[in-house]
Design a protein around this ligand. Structure first.
Ligand code: FAD
Length: 416
């Protein structure tokens, strides 16, 4: 039997994914606490664009729009991209996706992570069901046998109980550790060097990606004409790139990109992120669920990580809302398993495909190089297959939760 708890739902982690879940549930009668470890001032978008950006697909944008957060993002800055060009630096293979040929106005948006997170948190603060505790860092999480729920303790000593605890606290999730859920995976021999640069030639609202043997180099269009770069490369080279002077870095970057957009005429601050593949063996326990990077970390080469996490959030919100509407236990294993079954297969597939791409494009073995170049060109020429890939990456197909569909709405649909 469920006894009294401080909250119905505690979401640990107010990053893009945790904040989206809070936004999706914020108009219910549930009592929700959203715990974010970082202070709001650190999340506030600066006049200078964040060096971490995400390629947001249509499904994610629909979710933001349905919860009333998209306007907040566009008021800061979002940058549409209409084309994507991918090519192999060591061969003749290339592929070009363009929105017009699939009858869509655009392929997606490049949005700074801080803009996404801040706009979601701003929206969440207007929602009656959600109490944003920030900064509030979860320290430990323990099951409470008497209530079937969980007790959390914060690093500042505060303690709360909840019927459902959601771990949205990223790759090093303390919720996951507290629940004793193991992960599988490995560290890649690569880091992603990121930063914002200005190129001599315009970016043409195109996402560009050149595959080098050491890893992919992406140039993503920003609203002010600059590009956000994600340069995935070997660990030692990444560290060396960070240590270069601005002009040496600009030269190395232009060369690595084959001068596709001309010289690099302005270089901003740079940072580097180690890359890993990680997957939780389980996403749920009684009274507990993991979403986003807490459940799975994918190689960033196709910019899918946060899009997957946002689908987790939309799906979990849907199964919770359905359970509440049907008078069922929203924190029980039966409800939570529905979420896990829905998302795990898709997430694992994406992890596998991205890992396969990483290996395929990292190979210098001549037959593999030849095959991937032929494969790229064949796919480029095969319209229907190419369109299918594009629509999948854009989040226009598949078994999408209600919130990510074109007529997205927050609550269960009744009467058919
Ligand atoms: C270089 C790079 C480029 C990428 N590009 C893309 C892209 O183009 N498109 C895409 O879809 N994905 C991309 N990704 C992946 C994407 O960044 C992640 O999937 C996404 O950030 C995961 O969001 P999250 O909210 O699950 O976790 P996080 O972003 O890790 O957020 C976790 C939040 O929880 C908070 N937190 C952590 N611990 C605690 C605690 N104990 N208590 C309270 N709060 C806590 C943190 O402060 C943070 O706000 C990229 C990743 C990298 C490394």
């Amino acid at each position: 039997m469920i006894l009294n708890t401080d909250y119905d739902l505690i979401i640990a982690g107010g990053g893009m994914v945790g904040a989206a879940l809070a936004g999706a549930l914020g108009e219910t009668d549930l009592r929700i606490a959203l715990l974010e470890g970082a202070p709001l001032e650190r999340i506030h978008p600066d006049v200078e664009p964040d060096i971490r950006v995400s390629a947001i697909n249509r499904a994610s944008q629909r979710l933001f729009a349905a919860m009333g957060a998209w306007e907040g993002m566009t008021a800061w800055r979002v940058s549409p991209f209409r084309d994507m060009r991918v090519w192999d630096a060591t061969g003749f293979g290339h592929i070009h996706f363009d929105s017009a040929s699939i009858g869509e106005p655009l392929l997606g948006w490049i949005v700074e992570n801080r803009v996404v997170q801040y706009a979601l948190l701003e929206r969440v603060q207007q929602l009656p069901a959600v109490e944003l505790l920030c900064p509030a860092e979860l320290d430990t999480a323990q099951p409470v046998a008497a209530t079937g729920g969980w007790q959390v303790r914060l690093t500042d000593g505060r303690e709360f109980t909840t019927r459902l605890l959601v771990g949205a606290d990223g790759a090093h999730s303390r919720v996951r550790q507290g629940a004793g859920i193991e992960t599988g995976g490995w560290q890649y021999d690569q880091k992603a060097v990121v930063g914002n640069v200005r190129t001599a030639e315009p970016h043409q609202e195109t996402a560009w990606q050149r595959f080098l043997p050491t890893g992919p180099l992406a140039f993503l269009p920003l609203h002010d004409g600059r590009c956000s770069i994600v340069w995935t490369t070997l660990l030692e080279q990444a560290d060396a790139l960070l240590a270069l002077t601005e002009s040496d870095f600009a030269q190395a970057l232009a060369d690595a990109f084959g001068q596709r957009l001309g010289a690099i005429i302005e270089v901003g601050p740079r940072g580097a992120f180690p890359l890993r593949l990680q997957h939780s063996y389980s996403y749920v326990k009684p009274g507990l669920a993991l979403i986003g990077d807490a459940a799975h970390v994918v190689h960033p080469l196709a910019g899918q990580g946060v899009n997957l996490g946002l689908l987790d959030a939309a799906t979990l919100a849907e199964v919770i809302l359905d359970a509440v509407a049907a008078g069922q236990d929203f924190a029980g294993l039966k409800t939570l398993r529905r979420y896990e079954r829905w998302r795990k297969g898709d997430n694992l597939l994406m992890l596998g495909v991205m890992d396969g791409f990483k290996r395929l494009f990292g190979s210098t073995f001549p037959p593999v190089r030849l095959l991937r170049n032929v494969g790229l060109n064949l796919t480029d020429a095969a319209g229907p297959l190419k369109n299918l890939i594009a629509r999948q990456a854009m989040g226009l197909t598949g078994d999408l939760p209600r919130l990510a569909r074109s007529s997205a709405h927050l609550h269960p649909v009744t009467g058919g």
